[in-house]
Design a binder for this molecule. Sequence first.
Ligand SMILES: [Zn+2]
Length: 364
Amino acid sequence: MVRVYGLILSVWGLLLTAAAAACAEQTVSGLHTHRVEPGMMPTSSSRARNVILMIGDGMGAEHVWAAWLCNHGKLNIERFPVTGFSRTSSASHTITDSAAGGTAIACGRKAHNGHLGQTPDGRPVISLMQLLAAGGRRTGMVVTKAITDATPAAFYAHVNDRHDTEAVAAALVNSGCRVITGGGADCVTPAQVAELRARGAVVRLAAPRDCLPASQRGDFLEKAVEEALGILGQGENGFFLLVEGSCIDLAAHENNLRETVLETLDFDRAIGCVLRWMQQHPDTLLVVTADHQTGGLSILGGSAARGEVRGAFATRNHSGVAVPVYAAGAGAARFGGIQENTEIFNKILDAADVSGSSSAPFRK
Ligand SMILES: [Zn+2]
């Protein structure tokens, strides 16, 4: 009996320690900061020839403002003239995962957690990347986790298990993408990479699975985005580029505030690259959003003057808050206000003047 009580007490102790760790305050300061060009980006009502969609995986408003404090009160994300919110619940859960969250944005349909590119009853649905490609635009993806991870996979795969990497990799080969940059070298076979290159894709898989964290990755994301814009921008009919700040989610799952801020700053620098490019290419729509918030991050103090943030995480999982949407350029005005994550799909197609149906079946 004594032994049973002892066991109960130690389990209780462990639970208390875990709860305390999840809620412990952390202070971050003295990070390397980046310059932000002044001035708000314009919007226009003209047709979006190019569409750039940037998803900060797990990036809630809290992550953005933590980064804002650390970058001394300046971020590229503040230069967007249109802001809104996206509600993130999935078909099966109030708290979505990246598969259902990605599918909602990519395909305009609420999906079950864990499912990619298909409806709750298992019907595959076409993604906006596939619709824009069918209309003659070049397509590409730049991410910092594996290229077969849930968020990018929602744009090209149609499977009911996000961890079925074999099926996802097979779909990647048929994605038609011209640029495939990120991690995940161990998630595709050498034959699949050779096939992608034979079809004209530039494939750069810089890590076996996820790329290194922002603190060790250097300017990988910025350079990859610049290269992708150069390659895709040569197309005759415009392009669609997906950029994912994939590891914001990872750092927030680990409740590591310092790495969460570094990942968000890295993502903001990549946004700066795109905004710079857009000054010469105003017929471009840029939408920045997230699939969900990770970590239940809360900001408890800090100082923009000192470049310091004090915060705490409430969970090691995702949370249920609506996430921010930022838009600039051609057709950006329609992204303001509070919207379902699925509406982003229709609004992008509308801005690009592509007729698409969120219920259109996808023929494999
Ligand atoms: Zn996550």
